[in-house]
Write a protein that binds this ligand. Structure first.
Ligand code: PRT
Ligand code: ZN
Length: 285
């Protein structure tokens, strides 16, 4: 029987979360310290551990069938592979930055300037879209030191918290793109492999949906229930169960975590008490 080969980063910012996602899909991977290939014991999948820069290329060349990479690495690799799912982790942005003392007005600042980056392809396309002509200096690492050693007037690099820029005396001036981990696939997968991918995707979606949502339980006086139900943007009508205390009910529903913080005060004002919010492991419709 054929197996689906998935490439994930061997060691780096994507590794742990990629493996965690696979495991949350109920796929068992033996702990093979330092191995380059690992085979699941309960799902037709083989894991290839690679450098993130090689993943899109290997998926394009069918060395792997699918892979998990940062959107930035996928775009920079410029390969003919499909994005099949946005995975929501390793969020960051690719930005242009200059020395903090530089008087910066707009993107035309970079006209004929030197920009150091590990993302020459993405940067070139971005500058073209802004009608700016600059000299792109490719550096594979430690891009942030380029301005201070006089190698470039600015940099284009990944930013997450912004502390690397700050500690190198730089300021972010333009966002080139947002990025997050994505699942990519080779466009011409054979039917058997496509079927395994669909099975995997079904599980991934259930896991991702569960992460975005929380199970909410609260108690409220019966006469307040209508108002509380109106406040709750639940997925369907909530479950309402009578409490032993006369005139009170317990209400159960599912709520998007980010929305929860917006409505918590409203819920309390409307009379909700003993509010419990619990994680959901899988969500299947
Ligand atoms: O060895 P290999 O080639 O596989 O890994 P790598 O060193 O090239 O990549 P790695 O592990 O650093 O990053 C993998 C992917 O994680 C990237 O392609 C991004 O999609 C994503 N990601 C998310 C990040 C960051 N956040 C991030 N903060 N990648 C890099 N950084 C670096 C950035 O380059 C800069 O040096 O962190 C610094 C900025 O972070 P802040 O928090 O100080 O702003
Ligand atoms: Zn890399």
């Amino acid at each position: 029987m054929s197996k689906l080969k998935i490439a994930i980063q061997k060691s780096g910012r994507l590794s742990e979360k990629s493996l965690e996602l696979i495991k949350e899909c109920g796929i068992k991977i033996p702990n093979g310290g330092g191995k380059l290939i690992s085979e699941s014991t309960n799902f037709p999948i083989e894991i290839l551990f690679l450098r993130d820069d090689d993943i899109a290329k290997y998926v394009e060349q069918n060395v792997a069938d699918i892979g998990i990479v940062g959107e930035n690495a996928y775009l920079e690799a410029n390969q003919n592979v499909d994005i099949v799912e946005y995975l929501g982790f390793a969020s960051c942005r690719l930005s242009l930055a200059v020395s903090k003392n530089t008087a910066y007005t707009d993107i035309s600042f970079f006209q004929n300037k030197k920009i150091a980056t590990s993302y020459p392809i993405i940067l070139q396309k971005y500058l073209e879209s802004k009608n700016v002509q600059a000299n792109i200096e490719f550096i594979s690492g430690s891009v942030e030191i380029a301005p201070s050693i006089g190698l470039a007037d600015g940099i284009c690099d990944i930013v997450s918290s912004g502390s690397t820029l700050m500690s190198n005396g730089l300021k972010e001036v333009e966002k080139v793109m947002d990025s997050q981990a994505i699942l990519i696939a080779s466009p011409g997968l054979a039917d058997e492999k496509q079927a395994i991918l669909q099975k995997l995707l079904f599980r991934i979606k259930a896991v991702l949906r569960a992460k975005e949502n929380k199970y909410i339980l609260l108690n409220a006086p019966n006469e307040k229930l209508d108002e509380i139900v109106r406040i709750l943007p639940g997925m369907k009508s909530p479950t309402i169960l009578p409490l032993v205390d006369e005139g009170w009910s317990s209400l159960h529903s599912v709520i998007q975590e980010d929305k929860f913080w917006d409505i918590i005060d409203e819920l309390k004002k409307a009379g909700a008490e003993s509010i419990l919010v619990a994680p959901i492991e899988k969500m299947i419709f």
